[in-house]
Design a protein around this ligand. Structure first.
Ligand code: MN
Length: 388
């Protein structure tokens, strides 16, 4: 019997958001090893009303609840938890500001993050099978191993329908703290140490000496165009960065706040080149571990937005690419590569990409300008299923 295609659990999540406007991840359903530790996250979200979002990984997505009064450590204070749409696992790292007017507009902080397990899973039993059954039955018992959330909790569905309501209840165990509100004690991000105000302020200022570019975004597709009018390159599963280089400074602007310090050793040769030749430029690309397995990072560059005082965003991709190739012909920087392109797509490219274990393939319309902060049909990304 032919398999019925599964509905996409993230369809509602994507439908509610305009990824040309929000910096939230579009994401995909993750394929996870059966023995992977299951993730949980609690995000503090200052939307139209302040609430906390509790998310539990089941079957490659994050089951989600909005908890208006936040987490509890006290069995006597049950918390209302309103079930919301499944979120992609990439969301667990999301911290930042959703523009006002967009769905969920407001600032998001990672308030707690860690792993969790099913209390009722017997030795050797698949935890996700247990959790899936409990979720569907509306009665879950889970234990958190987080930085702020510990021990066992019940989640009990009290109202069905289009917007199911649940209660979050702390079970009696060694982690009970009566009369203590964890949201009052803990007001900073477990990832970046920032308060909500700090996150909101830093998100508003990511420019660089007057030329601040937002990244042009990819539209995720399941099929790529075949050839004419397109350039193809390897998709990188990396950290998106803009690399600003002038004779005076080198600055890395990342999509994820407060991560640029991770890359401070990268691109020193770019700076040396800029100093020696009195040049300045802004590169767009992604940072990921190099293929050689040595654990070092590699910046894969795929666009040039600014060069020696000239903004190039309005120029077609072909012009920007030509200038990039000229720039790289003069550069010697082992931790930076110009991502090679192919002008032919189709089945032969897909075969080659699979053989080389690429994450996927990107297609760019060769006539397209660089549209900062915009997702359009000019930049397409097709990711292969992930094997972990
Ligand atoms: Mn929320």
């Amino acid at each position: 019997m032919p398999k019925r295609p599964k509905p996409d659990p993230l369809a509602e999540y994507r439908r509610k958001r305009d990824f040309g406007r929000t910096s939230e991840p579009a994401g995909d359903v993750r394929e996870r090893a059966s023995n992977a530790r299951l993730e949980f996250v609690v995000q503090k979200h200052a939307a139209s009303s302040l609430h906390y979002d509790l998310r539990l990984e089941i079957d490659g997505v994050m089951k989600s609840w909005a908890v208006p009064r936040g987490m509890t450590l006290d069995p006597a204070t049950k918390r209302l938890a309103m079930q919301t749409e499944d979120h992609p696992m990439e969301y667990n790292a999301f911290e930042g500001t959703i523009p006002s007017g967009e769905y969920g507009g407001g600032t998001v902080m990672v308030w707690d993050r860690g792993h969790y397990f099913a209390d009722e899973a017997a030795e050797g039993q698949d935890e996700q099978t247990v959790l899936r059954g409990e979720f569907e039955a509306g009665k879950m018992s889970v234990s958190f191993v987080g930085q702020r959330m510990h021990g066992s909790y019940a989640l009990v569905r009290t109202e069905d329908g289009r917007s199911p309501k649940w209660l979050l209840i702390k079970h009696r165990d060694d982690f009970v703290r009566r009369g203590v509100d964890p949201g009052e004690i803990h007001t900073t991000s477990v990832v970046t140490g920032r308060t909500l105000d700090k996150i909101a302020n830093e998100d508003a200022t990511d420019g660089f000496e007057g030329v601040g570019f937002s990244a042009m975004l990819f539209r995720y597709v399941t099929e790529l165009p075949a050839g004419a009018g397109w350039a193809f390159e390897r998709a990188i599963r990396g950290a998106r960065v803009h690399f600003y280089v002038t004779p005076d400074a080198r600055q890395i602007v990342t999509a994820v706040p407060n991560t640029s310090k991770l890359y401070r050793d990268l691109g020193t040769d770019l700076l040396r080149y800029a100093v020696e030749n009195n040049r300045s430029f802004v590169l767009d690309g992604e940072i990921a571990p190099a293929d050689n397995g040595g654990g070092n990072l590699l910046l894969s560059v795929y666009d040039l937005l600014f060069e020696d005082g000239e903004v190039l965003a309005d120029k077609p991709w072909t012009d920007r690419r030509k200038r990039l190739e000229t720039l790289f012909s003069k550069l010697e920087a082992p931790d930076v590569q110009l991502l090679p392109i192919s002008r032919r797509g189709g089945a032969s490219l897909i075969t080659r990409a699979h053989a080389a274990h690429w994450a996927g393939i990107v297609a760019k319309r060769v006539t397209s300008p660089y549209r900062p902060g915009t997702r359009s049909n000019d930049w397409l990304k097709h990711l292969f299923p992930r094997h972990e």
